[in-house]
Design a protein around this ligand. Structure first.
Ligand code: ZN
Length: 294
């Protein structure tokens, strides 16, 4: 009975050649096609066997043996070898194995463990990791900008300065991070960004520099002030007002009024409620209208 090798389309198991080490003879069931012109009028000029390392099956590293051909395309007259799905032209390992090594390394497995589990060398682990990292980086560079974008800065290190984080607010993920925070520092990054004109909403803090940057680089986006920053700004001014109102009691951190305002009304003890009413009536003439949690 034919069994499909996990993750490799159009490749089926023929027989088990050896169980220690695990070597499996497989065959390609797809229709060969010229990679240059797409022609299907082909002549077999040579036949050879390829050995390809694959992902471990039931905890054992596996190798696939597959019969391939050298073809001559009757359409364009060019030669080519059998193309296998999930295996690069000159590669001796499946892309799935490289991906599995990449994921295992990212999870914190050591090079030695990964090498032993997949029956590859330490240099192989490193090579596969670099290959996948390049592949991922290429993929990231071609990504389109998210339609709902969040932009904010944060300090990276004292020496390196600031970073700007771009978030995909629909998927709640970090989209990318760029060094610097001014328009000049971010210019190179923004030039590389694809689909800027398709951005519908940009969520930023109330920094006028960011507002100018968004207007210049995301022409079709609506600017939304981030709720976190709006509330922080309100809180900041509120605490300034409280400090100004009762300067005498500010010797030990936050003033009494600010502490009372931050408490839920139902948790205020009688003497605290009395003090709060006295303070708010005295300062505003309208008790109860001044409350943060209410
Ligand atoms: Zn051709």
């Amino acid at each position: 009975m034919e069994r499909i090798v996990i993750g490799l389309p159009d490749i089926v198991i023929e027989k088990i050649v050896s169980s220690h080490p695990l070597i499996i003879a497989v065959s390609y069931t797809g229709t060969p096609q010229c990679p240059h012109c797409g022609g299907k009028h082909l002549r077999i000029k040579d036949t050879f066997r390829r050995t390809i390392k694959s992902i471990p099956l039931r905890g054992r590293a596996s190798q696939l043996q597959i019969v391939c051909h050298k073809y001559l395309c009757g359409n364009c007259g060019r030669y080519f070898n059998t193309r296998l799905p999930g295996v690069r032209v000159w590669s001796r390992s499946t892309e799935l194995l490289k991906k599995s090594v990449f994921q295992a390394y990212n999870k914190g497995c050591s090079c030695k463990d990964i090498a032993a589990e997949n029956n590859i060398g330490l240099a192989g682990v490193e090579r596969f990791y670099h290959h996948m990292a390049r592949h991922k980086a290429g993929h990231w560079q071609n990504r389109e900008c998210p339609h709902v974008l969040g932009i904010d800065e944060h300090r990276f290190t004292r020496k390196q300065g600031f970073l700007t984080t771009f978030c995909d607010l629909e998927k709640h993920r970090v989209f990318d991070i760029a060094k610097g925070r001014s328009a000049g520092e971010l210019e190179e990054f923004l030039l590389r960004l694809r689909g800027r004109d398709k951005v519908r909403v940009v969520c930023i803090d109330m920094n006028p520099a960011y507002r100018r940057l968004v207007k210049e680089w995301f022409p079709n986006a609506r600017i939304v002030a981030d709720r976190f920053h709006v509330i922080r700004l309100v809180n900041h001014h509120f605490s300034d007002v409280c400090k100004a109102l009762e300067e005498s009691s500010l010797a030990h951190g936050r003033g009494r009024m600010m502490r009372l305002l931050l408490m839920r009304p139902e948790r205020l003890k009688d003497h605290q409620a009395g003090a709060f009413n006295a303070l708010s009536c005295g300062q505003t003439g309208n008790s109860g209208s001044l409350r943060i949690h209410a």
